[in-house]
Design a protein around this ligand. Sequence first.
Ligand code: SAM
Length: 322
Amino acid sequence: TSRLATTTAVRLPPLPTISDLVRLYRLRAQKQLSQNFLMDMNLTDKIVKAAGPLKNGYVCEVGPGPGGITRSILKVGAKLCVVVEKDRRFLPGLQLLGDSVEGRLRIIHGDMLRYSGENLFPANSITEWNSDPPNVHLIGNLPFNVSLPLLVQWLHHMSNHTGPFTYGRTKMTLTFQKEVAQRIVAQINEPNRCRLSVMCQYLCYVKHRFTIPGKAFVPKPDVDVGVVHLVPRIHPRIAHPFKMVEKVVRSVFHFRQKKCKRGIAILFPRERTDLVEEVSRYSGIDPTSRPFQLTVEEYARICDVYANICSREPGIYEYEYR
Ligand code: SAM
């Protein structure tokens, strides 16, 4: 490890290229599992660079597949990379890579959606939430049908400082279908502004770092891919439980093109127009704005009034519109 500390990049011993590995282990991508591989090490290096400096850091990589991004992570000198891969066909190839890096790669065969991400790294990786982020990172090029539910699960963990956020403000570098990446970072009045934008931005600083054309993947997906970097904020911009924020934001965006008052109304039983009025008045928003025209701070004020109503009126929080 002393050698690691003095070099910037770590030379990995000669290994078969990713495309050789794919051939060697007959790793035909499973179309139905949306497996698209990155074979170009320039691109995997670029994704890893977007995560920030990883030297001596701890990384959890989700869905390593044949291990292109994994190699880039190990090459920049991560102290430990834990990979979580669901498809057992990739394990021998990953093991080959692991054998060449002296204990710096730990392979977990499992489904990240069922895995908390706690206790992966030693206690000395932990930093205070209120201090700078730890040298702990989540990185993943996942299938699109997994990356989005996983992101929502991680946002929930983030709001509670649990799961991967027991180490502090763990940074995330993840790929999404380009349109989803645009939704994550969309600001007010932008065409992609949606509930995902608000949910991500109330908890995190978000950045769409770059786009990878679909043709860079093997096999080529029908869409381009956006690389998004998310860093948890010290103070969430909405100070209410995740589930409550989710409910309010989901309801308001239920009628995307209508006045936001229409969405606020579905938080309450039909006859309680008094409560809709109360939210409109005391949150100080313009009830004729469209949901995509409201700032995160305006959503925060809607949540403030809603939370106040819920604490005073039994049964309101449990009310579900259908
Ligand atoms: N990271 C590799 C790359 O960039 O070439 C592979 C990308 S491929 C789009 C996604 C990988 O995630 C596949 O290897 C797939 O088996 C794995 N995967 C899918 N769902 C997963 C889950 N729930 N937990 C862990 N891995 C998963």
